[in-house]
Design a protein around this ligand. Structure first.
Ligand code: LLP
Length: 421
């Protein structure tokens, strides 16, 4: 459920008409709902209920500081994957002890930054990383808290570009080698093992792979404890999928996902961390765009929008589906017509949807892409010198621009022309 509904024939973001925001900030833009973000965070927080836990929002999904602050105020921690994300989380007011640091390629500078600023744990993905972290921490007179990310070789049954838990993926260490790697970690002076980490992929629409992976992690907890390691925390990653296509069967609910956690690892006395990103932010955001032209082609009609692949790359990159709806509610029973929905960028990949059945739309109309709050704005670029589009946060009947559209001068003045030119 989200808070983008038609009211009096107009699409609203909570209590604000989307058209009103368009008039204020121009198109295209992203708009997010505080109520939806809050609701989604709480589904996990309450779903984990009585188990000691921390929901560490995977801020790669949407890292605007207003979003981070909204979630942090509810008690969220953050999962960061770069020094930049770490700085952004801290700037938004998230304390270091609520930040976990994931990623296969942390640099020594990034390790230092997090150790200096405070960190809950590093999720270490390889032995060279473990050795480097131990070195860095030792040189600072510190001991870094670590988990090892294990790769359970489980098929997440998701898009190949976002599956991470198979042995051919670059992530984690093979679970079969975990004993060895934990023994190695225990011998290093600059790290202290606190738990185990796993993340098998994103946009999972079936709980079975989670159940399988978490079951393997539970077995590993017992093995490692028997070896004398202190395993107090389990970071179970993110990955629960969202309903992108409303006409399809809905994926499992966060409460059902939390039940899988309880059933597989709930009796181990570990503190549970999870790293959901998409489920918290995805359906909390719309991309709103204006139709520039309706163009008739041979055997097809094109809807040419002012948003493009540089603003929302998911359809071009993963063949992803986003529901597209007009901002003015279509009349009940309005006939639909198939459109290829495209942007102005000069490549055919700049296609949001092919032969999409849409109610009547004309040049000048506003349309909204649903489920665009995660992996939308954060993956945007300025390709074709198209400015990054504004982001707006709605809270009840209020809205605020939380990232302004840059001016063309700002964009152009970022380049430097060498003096020999
Ligand atoms: N934790 C780790 C270690 C991750 O790598 C990810 C996502 C998450 C948590 C959050 O997963 P989520 O709950 O959002 O599924 N750009 C792609 C998605 C990439 C996901 C990368 N890792 C897309 O637009 O579908």
């Amino acid at each position: 459920m989200d808070h983008f509904l038609y009211r009096d024939g107009m699409l609203h973001a909570e209590d604000v008409p989307v058209a009103e925001i368009a008039a204020a900030v121009g198109t295209p833009f992203y708009v997010y709902s505080t109520a939806t973000l809050t609701r989604h965070f709480r589904l996990f927080d309450e779903g984990l209920g009585d188990m000691p836990h921390l929901v560490c929002y995977a801020m790669k999904a949407n890292s605007n500081q207003a979003i981070l602050r909204t979630l942090a105020k509810l008690g969220a921690g953050m999962d960061v994957v770069s020094g930049g994300e770490y700085r952004r989380a801290r700037a938004a007011g998230v304390p270091g002890e609520r930040i976990v640091f994931s990623g296969v390629g942390k640099t020594r500078e990034e390790m230092r930054l997090a150790l200096e600023g405070g960190i809950r744990q590093f999720n270490v993905e390889s032995e060279p990383e473990m050795a480097a972290l131990s070195d860095v921490a030792q040189s600072m007179g510190m001991v870094a808290p670590v988990t090892v990310r294990v790769n359970p070789d489980v098929d997440a049954k998701t898009h190949e570009k976002i599956a991470t838990g198979k042995k051919e993926n670059k992530f984690g260490i093979p679970i079969s080698r975990a004993k060895e790697v934990y023994a190695h970690a225990a011998a290093l002076p600059g790290v202290r093992v606190v738990g185990i980490d796993v993340h098998i992929g994103s946009q999972l629409t079936d709980l079975a792979p989670f159940r399988e992976a978490y079951g393997l992690v539970a077995d590993l907890v017992r093995v490692l404890r028997a070896e004398g390691h202190q395993i107090d925390r389990l970071d179970l990653g993110g990955g629960l999928g969202i309903p992108y296509e409303r006409s399809n069967a809905a994926p499992p609910l966060p409460t059902e996902y939390c039940d899988v956690i309880r059933e597989t690892v709930g009796d181990l006395g570990c503190e549970i961390e999870i790293e959901p990103g998409r489920l918290i932010a995805g359906n909390a955001g719309l991309l709103v765009s204006r139709v520039i032209f309706v163009k008739s082609g041979e055997g097809r009609d094109f809807l040419i929008l002012d948003a493009a692949m540089n603003d929302l790359i998911r359809p071009a990159m993963y063949g992803a589906w986003h529901d597209i709806v007009p901002v003015v509610e279509p009349a009940a029973g309005a006939e639909t017509h198939p459109f290829d929905v495209v942007g102005p960028v000069c490549e055919s990949g700049d296609t949001f949807a092919k032969a999409r059945a849409l109610p009547p739309v004309s040049a000048g109309d506003l349309v909204a892409f649903r489920s665009a709050g995660a992996y939308g704005a954060v993956m945007a670029s300025e390709y074709n010198t198209r400015p990054l589009i504004p982001e707006v946060l709605v809270h009840g009947d209020q809205f605020a621009v939380i990232r302004a559209r840059p001016t063309f001068d700002e964009i152009i003045n970022r380049d430097t022309i060498p003096e020999w030119l």
